[in-house]
Design a protein around this ligand. Structure first.
Ligand code: BMA
Length: 799
């Protein structure tokens, strides 16, 4: 039987004349932090002070002892970041230049000092650039010349922290006769019949060559075995009537243990285990009256995808533990998200990420790792790209949550539209990867899963890659240059990226910027804002609707509230509009769920894991049932979205209300919404022609409000409300903050971290009419001071 020795202990990192204790998996930054040699790059402007770390060569050392009980010993690295030379007792075992691959070296019978020496990533990238020639990149760093997480080099939400290290586990594998080199399960469902075809590859020792071995596979109570003498075997398991895996909200997530064992007579040599699921997945891109659709179809059910974009959860990705993956993905699921796109400037995430998505019913859209630049297709990159794709396709394909492979992020768009094509003048740029190599690899290895060449991509060069009428679309004009209301000007077929920035929670800012007198343009705030003209865009976004606050103290607090409010309203404007156009629009993927450090960004969950108001808003926006009021060319439409499997007979009351709360018209409307359907109904004339008034629609606990003018033009009364704090029986450190409104109170927000840094609330923005009460549950704060609670509350005020 194969024996595995984890190589997590006993590592040292050479630093000047000493050897520091090193963690594997880890990286130079985490080791230097633990040794107190560098300061935390997330705090203040430390990012600059520690930049030298990325420009230095680093060496890790450990002692290997020889094993004599097996024919073979392999040294296996699940991930080396990135350009490394591996030596054993001074003799070179090999060189690596790809963080996204595993590496295996035969060290049979050998012992001595193991050294992994890393060349600085920039040095390696620049050397490759020299041989293949310069190419366009949206960002200033040479990220496309090295197979390393692109955002290590900095992004418009990320710091530049150029890592090096043994970032995934390392181990010795001792084995004799043969081992399982690869198991590739192709899972299909036809009618009620499930089938698993396992394509098995084994590696044999000299002694094992030509020997008759047995491979046994089992799943769901069925098993099979084959005997073979070479390197390959095919095992087929037929599973009658498997329970189907569904995305969350559509059904359950049954998972089946699939086991493969390799045996030499009675002697088990190696085993391989994964959990799989049975489901079908298609991507419908049929041309129709509006252009070319992009609709995911799971088990025959057409879905509107309620998505978020995922970036590495830490710019030092080796720090992301299984618990943290689970926590972050559970946050996504709790916000009614059902699809997560793993974006191409990051990494193929750890197995845990996909395991948790399988369990939670989160569909995964996986980008291949190319983002925002022209990638050379010459060696040494081409071979690395193919090897990396083959390995990761096989690693991730057992997961039923994985529904789509995507060639790249924005590179087809960049080639055609951002001046790359003329600048490249015929040089390779990655097109051969996205349009030939990667689709070929997916078709060969993972033939049941759809592939799309890029995001955005219209499906062919006949249309602009970002044409909203064809395929996927990234909607960035609105954030960059316009008011959020302008999301309503188009109905893309699938919005794979759109979003709006806001600063993180106050407690996150206070931790990251200790001692700073916070202002929108205070030094730390500017350092923790990486987007081009980011603060200008934030300010203009606010100023289109509100008087723009400035300065420190109360001015900053107000700016902070309003920027977070506008972020939530902007994303709401997009999703409400696009969902109401289902099935023409078949998905929205918000940029972005998470952050990789404390920063002003598009994220819904900030770099310290705190929830922005957008997060709570997502829960409403992505619920099965959504109620909204949408402006149309000649009035207002009542829109009802019903993504549930049962029809919805909605008895809606729409009220026309004066600013101070008098109801001037009340119209009951009954709308029949079919299962998984959306209905837009024009409002009758007596609800239109609003003059200093607004509309409120209510149905089944859902509420929509509609204001015909920007807030600064609306005649709000000064908001008047009482606050009381009630303890929650049986729950220590949990209270209800109850707000009773005497006037209209629009977009009230309690910022829980102002009560205690780790306090959380279950509610984001709420709008109360005069006489109404809002109840906000706060965990992690015991109260009972109502004045304190009141000081943590913000709402819209008259200009
Ligand atoms: C798109 C993304 C990211 C970027 C985001 C915000 O371009 O793919 O590259 O962070 O927009 O600008």
């Amino acid at each position: 039987m194969k024996d595995v020795t984890q190589l997590s202990d006993g590592w040292g990192l050479r630093h000047e004349d000493t050897v520091l204790p090193a963690r594997v998996p880890g990286c130079v930054h985490t080791d230097l932090l633990a040794a107190g040699i560098i300061s935390d790059p997330f705090i203040g402007a430390n990012e600059h002070d520690i930049a030298w770390v990325g420009d230095q060569a680093w060496a890790y050392t450990a002692r290997l002892t020889a094993d004599t009980a097996h024919e073979r010993t392999d040294l296996v690295f699940d991930g080396l970041d990135t350009a490394a030379e591996i030596t054993l007792d001074g003799k070179v075992l090999g060189r690596t230049r790809n963080m996204h691959r595993t590496h295996r070296f035969d060290v049979t019978g050998r012992a001595g000092e193991l050294q992994v020496r890393f060349t600085p990533a920039r040095e390696e990238a620049e050397a490759v650039r020299k041989t293949v020639g310069d190419r366009p990149n949206v960002y200033p760093e040479p990220s496309q010349y090295i197979r390393k997480m692109a955002c290590s080099f900095g992004w418009d939400w990320g710091p530049t922290v150029v890592t090096a290290g043994i970032w995934r586990p390392a181990r010795l594998e001792h084995w004799s006769t043969a081992r399982i080199a690869q198991a590739r399960p192709v899972v299909t469902v036809t009618g009620a019949q499930g089938r698993v075809e396992i394509h098995l590859t084994v590696e044999r020792t000299g002694g094992g060559a030509g020997r008759l071995l047995t491979a046994r596979a089992s799943v769901a109570g069925t098993d099979t075995e084959v005997t073979f003498a070479d390197g390959h075997a095919l095992l087929v398991l037929d599973v009658p009537e498997p329970e189907l895996w569904w995305p969350r909200g559509y059904g359950k997530q049954p998972l089946y243990d699939l086991t493969v064992a390799l045996a030499d007579g009675d002697d088990t040599l190696d085993t391989w285990r994964r959990r799989i699921g049975f489901r079908t997945i298609e991507l419908d891109r049929t041309p129709d009256a509006y252009g070319t659709g992009f609709t995911l179809v799971v088990n025959g059910v057409r879905l509107f995808a309620r998505g978020v974009n995922w970036i590495p959860d830490d710019v030092l990705p080796s720090r992301v533990t299984p618990e943290r993956y689970r926590h972050r993905l559970t946050q996504a699921a709790d916000a009614n998200v059902d699809l997560v796109r793993v974006w191409g400037g990051g990494i193929y995430e750890d197995d845990t990420f996909y395991d948790v998505c399988d369990e939670l019913g989160l569909m995964v859209w996986q980008d291949f790792l190319f983002a925002c630049s022209a990638y050379p297709e010459e060696q040494p990159l081409r071979g690395e790209v193919e090897a990396e794709a083959r390995e990761n396709v096989v690693r991730l394909m057992p997961h039923p949550s994985l529904v789509l492979w995507n060639g790249n992020n924005e590179n087809l768009w960049g080639f055609r539209d951002w001046g790359w094509e003329p600048e490249l003048a015929g040089d390779s740029w990655g097109g051969g990867y996205y349009l030939e190599l990667l689709p070929r690899v997916v078709a060969e290895l993972d033939p049941t899963r759809p592939y799309t060449a890029g995001s955005p991509w219209s499906g062919s060069w006949d249309h602009h890659p970002n044409d909203p009428a064809h395929g996927t679309h990234h909607s960035w004009e609105v954030w960059n240059r316009r008011d959020y209301a302008e999301y309503r000007d188009s109905v893309p077929r699938f919005v794979a990226e759109f979003g709006w920035q806001a600063p993180p929670a106050l407690a996150t800012l206070q931790r990251a910027l200790p001692g700073e007198d916070l202002a929108p343009d205070s030094p730390g705030m500017l350092h923790h804002q990486k987007a081009e003209d980011g603060n200008g865009k934030l300010d203009r976004g606010v100023a289109r609707h509100f008087a723009l606050p400035r300065g420190t103290g109360a001015g900053f607090d107000r700016w902070h509230y309003l920027t977070q409010l506008v972020q939530a309203r902007a994303v709401a404007a997009g999703i409400e509009h696009w969902r109401s156009h289902w099935p023409r629009c078949a998905g929205t993927v918000v940029w972005q769920l998470n952050d990789c450090w404390p920063v002003s960004s598009w994220a819904a969950v900030d770099g310290d894991g705190r929830l922005k108001p957008l997060y709570h808003e997502l829960r409403r926006l992505y619920a099965d049932r959504l109620l909204t009021l949408q402006p149309t060319a000649d009035g207002v439409a009542l829109c009802l979205v019903n993504q549930a499997a049962v029809p919805w007979r909605a008895e809606v009351t729409v009220r026309r209300t004066a600013a101070e709360g008098t109801v001037t018209a009340r119209v009951p409307l009954t709308v029949e919404v079919g299962a998984r359907d959306a209905v837009r109904t024009p409002l009758p004339a007596d609800l239109l022609g609003l003059d200093g008034e607004f509309l409120v629609a209510d149905v089944d606990g859902l509420r929509a409000v509609y204001f015909p003018v920007p807030d600064r033009e609306f005649p709000y009364a000064r908001p008047d409300f009482d606050v009381r704090v009630e303890s929650v029986p049986g729950a220590a450190d949990t209270v209800d903050v109850v707000v009773s409104a005497h006037t209209l109170v629009r977009d009230l927000l309690l910022q829980p971290d102002r009560l205690a840094p780790d306090a959380v609330s279950d509610t984001g923005l709420v709008t109360l009419l005069p006489g109404e009460e809002g109840r906000i549950r706060v965990g992690g704060w015991a109260g009972p001071d109502a004045e304190q609670a009141r000081a943590a509350i913000f709402c819209v005020e008259p200009s």
